[in-house]
Design a protein around this ligand. Structure first.
Ligand SMILES: Nc1ncnc2c1ncn2[C@@H]1O[C@H](COP(=O)(O)OP(=O)(O)O)[C@@H](O)[C@H]1O
Ligand SMILES: [Mg+2]
Length: 231
């Protein structure tokens, strides 16, 4: 049985805005294990990004239990163990593509040759030619691909990708996903991809549905331990 990486029991996240309480995530219960391939699907506003930020430890549940059994405790998660591909542009403007990809490795004090780790990550997605460019010289789609390269460079235990193909045409999105899945095959890394695209969701083993903040799991064809809403 692979390691349990992220475990949630009745996790809720409410936002208070102008005296109104918005339930973005309602009582989510799930387990994410090594090697899991999960598509997180749901309409805009259903709570996908909120759930991903909670799983990354960037946000804190209003109630419920969230744990990272194999990775550390909230607030002290081991650096570099969880990679996040944000839905919105997230490259740092003054840094080149290479420097953006290297930054998390430097912050995590990764040992070894960071330069070749960066080059490998860029090559995985066919981005070597962009290495010395600044983000302002890239298209939105290229920025998303670079963010994906940044996510894999440190060999994380979990990759959380929030609509990573949202800015890409379908063939380019498919190529990005092909390259990502090929790169991850044979590794213990777990992958969660929030997506609107049925073609992307179909490539994953398990589908988690978000509807008005409620998480449920159907269409599981995987043999791993990820479960949602039913533990
Ligand atoms: N920082 C915030 N403050 C207030 N409401 C928020 C905030 N972030 C998200 N929401 C609300 O929470 C709900 C879920 O949003 P989100 O997680 O971004 O959904 P999705 O990623 O599925 O589009 C929406 O109703 C959204 O308006
Ligand atoms: Mg979102």
């Amino acid at each position: 049985m692979p390691d349990t990486l992220i475990e949630a029991q009745s996790v809720c996240r409410r936002y208070q805005q102008g005296g109104v309480s918005i339930a973005a995530v309602v009582s989510a219960t799930f387990r994410l294990c090594g090697k899991d391939r999960v598509a997180l699907v749901g309409r805009s506003g259903s709570g996908k990004s909120t759930l991903i930020h909670l799983m990354a430890g960037l946000d804190v549940p209003t109630s419920g239990m969230l744990r990272w059994p194999a990775l550390g405790a909230a607030g002290t998660l081991l650096p570099g163990k969880i990679s996040l591909v944000f839905q919105t542009p997230s490259l740092l403007e003054p840094l080149t593509v290479s420097e953006n990809v290297a930054l998390p490795l430097l912050m995590a004090k990764v040992q070894g040759d960071i330069g070749s780790a960066v080059a490998d990550a860029l090559a995985t997605f066919g981005l070597a030619d962009l290495a010395s460019k600044l983000p302002e010289a890239l298209s939105g789609g290229q920025m998303q691909c670079v963010a994906m390269a940044r996510a894999i460079a440190g060999k994380p235990s979990v990759i959380l990708a929030d609509e990573p193909t949202g800015q890409l045409d379908q063939p380019t999105g498919r190529a990005l996903l092909d390259a990502l899945l090929a790169h991850l095959s044979g590794t213990a890394t777990a992958l969660v991809v929030a997506t609107h695209d049925p073609a992307v969701a179909a490539r994953m083993d398990t589908i988690w549905h978000m509807q008005h903040g409620t998480l449920s799991s159907t269409g599981s064809t995987g043999s791993t331990g990820s479960t949602a809403g039913c533990v």
